[in-house]
Design a protein around this ligand. Structure first.
Ligand code: EPU
Length: 416
C-alpha cells in the first residue's frame, strides 16, 4: 500500500494554487442528473472522490467528457437509478444522488453508506425530508428505495443542519410540484454555490446560505455552465502547514471570505496575514505559534474539517489549548497517531487538551480519514526526522496533488 514519506525540513515558502472545492463539486455533479440538458463545469478538483462520483454517474448512464479540470456531463440517456454499495461505501457524498434521481425519474435505489471512521453519520434527515415531500421510502437489503410520481413542495425543518441533506432537499424541491420551505438549513458556502448553479439551470431558489431556504418547483431544468469555487479547507490546510513550519506562504486562486473563523484563529496564534481579493499570505517566519482553543460548529463557525489540522498546530505551539469537536463523535482518530510523534494530547470525551511541544519526532503513522491525513502531514513537516504515513488513499480522496504542491513549497516529501 502506498505511503507518504516526509522529512521535516524547516519552513514552507512560496506560492501555491488552490483547487476547486471537492465538497462544492460533489453536489454539482449530482445536480447534473436533474436535467436532460448538459452541464459544463470548470475548476473540478483532480481528487479520487470526484473520480468515484463520475464512475457513479456513468454507471447510471451519463456521458462524461473530462479534460484536466473541465467536465461536460450529459445525462439525457440515464437508464438506471441504482447507486451500488461497492461505490457508495467508498464515498458518503454519494447520498447526494438520492434527491436528484427521485425528483427527475420518480425513483431511486441508493445504497446506505454504512460506517465511517469519523462517526456514525446517519442519513435520517435526508430520508425524513424526502418523505415530507411525498416520497415513499423503504430500506431494503441495505438500500434506500424511494419512489414518488412527482414530489410535492413541503415545509420541512432539519433537526440538525446537515450540509448534504440541505443540498439533497434543495435539488429535489427544485423539480417538485409547488413551493418548499426548508428551515434550520446548513449555511456552508457550498450550499449557496449549489443554489447558484440550480438558479443557472432555471430553478427558483431564495435564501440559500441562510438558515431558511425557499424553493418554488419548476417542471424542468435546463443546462448551464458553472465554475466550482475554491476549496476553503485546502486553503486552510496549506495556511496551517505554513504556520506549523514557521513559513511564509501565499495561497492563490482562493476565497478569503469563506475562511473568516480559521483566519481569525491563525491571527490569534500569532501569524501575520495579508489578504487580497483571491489570495492570502501567511507569514510566521522565525516565530513559534501560540496554542489556540478551537470549537467546531456549523458554518459560519469553526469547521470540523479544519479541526485535525489545528490539533497538529497546537501540538507544536507554545502553551496549551483545548480542541472541542461538536459535529462528529469520533473525529479524534489522528490524536493517537500524533501521540506516536510525541504530541502531548489528552482526550476527555469530545474535548482534546493539547500541551504544545517545542519538537515532534518523525514516526511511522497511519492515516484514518481525509483530514486526519492532513494533520499528520502538518506534524511531519515540522517534526525531526522522517515520518511515513500509511493509507494515503484517504488523502487522495480530497486533496489534489498535495505532495507535489508541498514539494513546490520546499517540503521533502515523496511517495513510497
Ligand atoms: N446528521 C444527522 N442526520 C443526517 C445527516 C447528518 O444526524 O441525516 C448529523 C451528522 O451525524 C453530523 C451533523 O449532522 O453530526 C452534520 O453532518 P452533515 O450531514 O452536515 O455532514 P455531511 O453532509 O455528511 C459534509 C461534508 C463533510 C463535512 C461535513 C460537516 C460533503 C460531501 N461532506 O458532510 O466533509 O465534514 O459536511 O461540515 O460535503 C470532508 O471533506 O473531509 C468531510 C468529511
Amino acid at each position: 500500500m502506498e505511503k507518504l514519506l516526509i522529512t521535516g525540513n524547516g519552513p514552507l515558502r512560496g506560492e501555491v494554487q488552490i483547487a476547486g472545492a471537492k465538497n462544492a463539486a460533489l453536489p454539482i455533479l449530482a445536480a447534473a442528473l436533474l436535467s436532460r440538458e448538459p452541464l459544463d463545469i470548470s475548476n473540478i478538483p483532480q481528487v479520487r472522490d470526484i473520480d468515484t462520483a463520475l464512475q457513479l454517474l456513468q454507471l447510471l448512464g451519463c456521458a462524461v467528457e473530462r479534460s484536466a479540470t473541465d467536465l461536460h456531463i450529459d445525462s439525457s440517456a440515464v437508464d438506471s437509478v441504482r447507486a451500488p454499495y461497492e461505490l457508495v461505501k467508498t464515498m458518503r457524498g454519494s447520498i447526494l444522488l438520492l434527491g436528484p434521481l427521485l425528483a427527475r425519474f420518480g425513483e431511486a435505489d441508493v445504497s446506505l453508506p454504512g460506517g465511517c471512521a469519523i462517526g456514525s453519520r446517519p442519513v435520517n434527515e435526508h430520508i425524513a425530508g424526502l418523505a415530507a415531500m411525498g416520497a415513499r421510502i423503504r430500506i431494503e437489503a441495505g438500500y434506500i428505495k424511494a419512489q414518488a410520481a412527482r414530489l410535492r413542495g413541503a415545509h420541512f425543518s432539519f433537526d440538525v443542519p446537515s450540509v448534504t441533506a440541505t443540498e439533497n432537499l434543495m435539488m429535489a424541491a427544485a423539480l417538485a410540484q409547488g413551493g418548499t420551505v426548508l428551515e434550520n438549513c446548513a449555511m456552508e458556502p457550498e450550499v449557496g454555490d449549489l443554489a447558484r448553479l440550480l438558479v443557472g439551470m432555471g430553478a427558483h431558489i431564495e435564501g440559500a446560505g441562510s438558515s431558511t431556504i425557499r424553493i418554488e418547483g419548476v417542471p424542468a431544468l435546463h443546462g448551464t455552465s458553472h465554475r466550482v469555487p475554491p476549496d476553503r479547507i485546502e486553503t486552510g490546510t496549506f495556511l496551517v502547514a505554513a504556520a506549523a513550519t514557521r513559513g511564509d506562504v501565499r495561497v492563490t486562486h482562493t476565497e478569503p471570505d469563506f475562511l473568516h473563523h480559521v483566519l481569525g484563529k491563525l491571527e490569534q496564534a500569532g501569524a501575520r496575514l495579508q489578504l487580497g481579493p483571491d489570495w492570502i499570505r501567511l507569514d510566521t517566519r522565525g516565530k513559534r505559534c501560540k496554542a489556540v482553543n478551537v470549537t467546531t460548529a456549523p458554518y459560519p463557525a469553526f469547521p470540523t474539517d479544519m479541526q485535525a489540522q489545528f490539533m497538529a498546530l497546537n501540538a507544536l505551539a507554545e502553551g496549551s489549548a483545548t480542541v472541542v469537536e461538536n459535529i462528529f463523535e469520533n473525529r479524534f482518530m489522528h490524536v493517537a497517531e500524533l501521540q506516536r510523534m510525541g504530541a502531548a494530547i489528552e482526550l476527555q470525551g469530545h474535548t482534546a487538551i493539547v500541551q504544545g511541544r517545542e519538537r515532534l519526532q518523525g514516526a511511522p503513522v497511519m492515516a484514518t480519514d481525509l483530514r486526519a491525513s492532513a494533520s499528520l502531514i502538518i506534524a511531519a513537516l515540522a517534526a525531526d526526522g522522517e515520518t511515513s504515513i500509511d493509507r494515503v488513499y484517504h488523502l487522495d480522496r480530497g486533496y489534489a496533488h498535495i505532495d507535489r504542491k508541498l514539494a513546490q513549497l520546499g517540503a521533502l516529501i515523496r511517495r513510497g
